[in-house]
Design a protein around this ligand. Sequence first.
Ligand code: ATP
Length: 302
Amino acid sequence: MIEVTGLVKRYGRAAAVDGLTFTVRPGRVTGFLGPNGAGKSTTMRLVLGLDRAHKGRVLIDGRPLRDLDRPLTRVGALLDASGVHSGRTARNHLRVIAAANGIGERRVDACLELAGLAAVAGRRIRGFSLGMRQRLGIAAALLGDPGVLLFDEPVNGLDAEGVQWVRTLMRDLAAEGRTVFVSSHLMAEMQNTADHLIVIGRGRLLADAPIGDLVATASIELRVPEAKTGTAVGLLARAGGDVTVDGGDLLIKGVDATHAGELLLGAGIPIIHLAEHRSSLEEAYLDLTGEAVEYHALERRS
Ligand SMILES: Nc1ncnc2c1ncn2[C@@H]1O[C@H](COP(=O)(O)OP(=O)(O)OP(=O)(O)O)[C@@H](O)[C@H]1O
């Protein structure tokens, strides 16, 4: 489990992470979604103790990272896959990490196998494609067999088979009861992989919810006889609906179709048309981040 409380990180006067609080729970894949520059990588670096926060606290399985002995056996991470010593072979790269963390040789070979790199284990990383580097980074993250895993944009540079492999791996790791925290700016990727989503924009939390809740931000479209429109609007608004009148149609958020139907029929209002629209994750994401993206575009222009 990862518990982040009130995390703040500033670069100069700008806050890259601006008071983030969330919990990443075991046994499911938690997606970390946000537009470019939202603060995902910075947050992951703070969680891993690679950067110091100005404020806030991170606990891994209830304890600060510095209190964990052999941290690599508790937390594994794939961050920027380009930061490796490219003159080494893949096997030697993993051996060095393993030796520094008291991890045996057999685990190195098991992870090379798991990452689909066994056949190229003796080749220098210099000649690796971005996809192969990503696989090597994932092998390194798994080396200590940790219960908590962070992956920053793991499908970057992977081909279709590689993407499928990462997806299956994430789901398998979560099914084993591990905490899996994976960042992406690709909404479709999250829709296929994550059970739960944490969405940020401008370093702030925008949503922390099961993926089904975000996909199912439903709205309904309703038409009633013109003379009854005012009564219907009043009823739906009192039931917590956010009602927009568009010509003869009502657009309602916050009340589902069944409830709306019951309310209207209960009040003796005939329904001419009633339809439910489930917004896709992409629409929900754009809704949530629209303001954050706009703000960034303005900042860059000025
Ligand atoms: N070392 C640094 N020095 C100065 N500013 C930084 C540094 N690292 C990140 N930032 C700034 O902090 C903000 C958040 O960046 P971060 O890389 O965490 O976002 P991100 O969500 O991971 O974006 P992306 O999807 O583009 O990787 C950005 O405005 C970025 O320019």
